[in-house]
Design a protein around this ligand. Structure first.
Ligand SMILES: C[S@@+](CC[C@H](N)C(=O)[O-])C[C@H]1O[C@@H](n2cnc3c(N)ncnc32)[C@H](O)[C@@H]1O
Length: 262
């Protein structure tokens, strides 16, 4: 849905920095440690796979599954450049990845399942890869809550447009809310949801992250007919204008960590 481009690579790098503490917190909570074998599904350019590889050390291993060749190649280059030997890259769709049975301590995915049309089928494919007691941990959107203040009609128009865009490409911007029931259906236990709700001022990294997403993908949203040209123009103008207002803020879409154990 977001396409493969240098812009998107740069956005993923920045996103990796902004959200590193959230994902590190999840790994701390799960007790990820040296020797763990992990699967990072939809790994992008490796913004999670690389710190995860450091955490599991040379005794452990991370397999990064990534469908977009440009991203997989970027990750491979980074691994070679940094001499990292405990990350394997599978280039291709996750549904084509031959999942070894009972192999992983952790199967992880961040912002991948909201793009997928067949979430339950994908999870049915992945879950047998967990060791008994192994964790499935997904970080994704329960997108409700996202807003800019002081509010303007153009903000809601573009945010709603982005949500329709997820739907149009077969995804679900509220996927994280659906996951717990699917986890139980697939036989996982100890299912837990940890919500993240953040707000950022115009000078914050969170604001910039939101801007990179919405402004960077406005043209595509117009092309996809989920936003009109007029709404896009107003959005740009209004966003620029409210930045100067003291008290302006971006409410980040709600993210859930959804954890379950085999
Ligand atoms: C928004 S990016 C997130 C990347 C990374 N997880 C992160 O948090 O920075 C979503 C990634 O999932 C990948 N992806 C989406 N559907 C996939 C599939 N069916 N199989 C493998 N990768 C997929 C995309 O190519 C993209 O790199």
């Amino acid at each position: 849905m977001l396409g493969a481009s240098q812009y998107e690579i740069d956005r993923l790098v920045f996103q990796g920095e902004v959200w590193r503490s959230m994902t590190d917190g999840l790994f701390e909570k799960l007790g990820v440690k040296s020797g763990w074998k992990c699967l990072d599904v939809g790994a992008g350019i490796g913004t999670v796979a690389l710190p995860l590889a450091e955490r599991v050390g040379n005794e452990g291993e991370v397999t990064a599954v990534e469908a977009i060749p440009l991203y997989a190649a970027t990750l491979r280059e980074e691994l070679a450049r940094k001499n990292i030997e405990n990350v394997r890259v599978f280039e291709g769709d996750l549904r084509r990845f031959k999942v070894p049975r009972g192999a992983y301590d952790l199967i992880f995915a961040r912002w991948v399942f909201s793009f997928l049309p067949d979430v339950e089928r994908c999870l049915r494919h992945l879950v047998p890869g967990l060791k008994p007691g192994g964790a499935l941990a997904i970080e994704d959107y329960h997108h409700l809550g996202c807003a800019y203040y002081p509010n303007r009609p153009s903000f809601d128009a573009v945010i709603e447009g982005a949500r329709r865009w997820y739907g149009k490409t077969g995804g679900n911007y509220r996927v994280a809310g659906e996951l717990p029931a699917i986890y139980y259906k697939l036989g996982l236990k100890d299912v837990e949801v940890v919500p993240h709700l953040r707000v950022g001022r115009p000078d914050s990294a969170l604001w910039k992250w939101g801007e990179l997403f919405f402004l960077g993908h406005l043209q595509t949203m117009i092309r996809e007919r989920v936003v009109t040209l007029d709404e896009a123009k107003r959005f740009k103008r209004d966003l620029q204008a409210i930045k100067k207002i003291r008290g302006a803020m971006f409410v980040v879409p709600v993210i859930f960590d959804v954890i379950g154990r085999r």
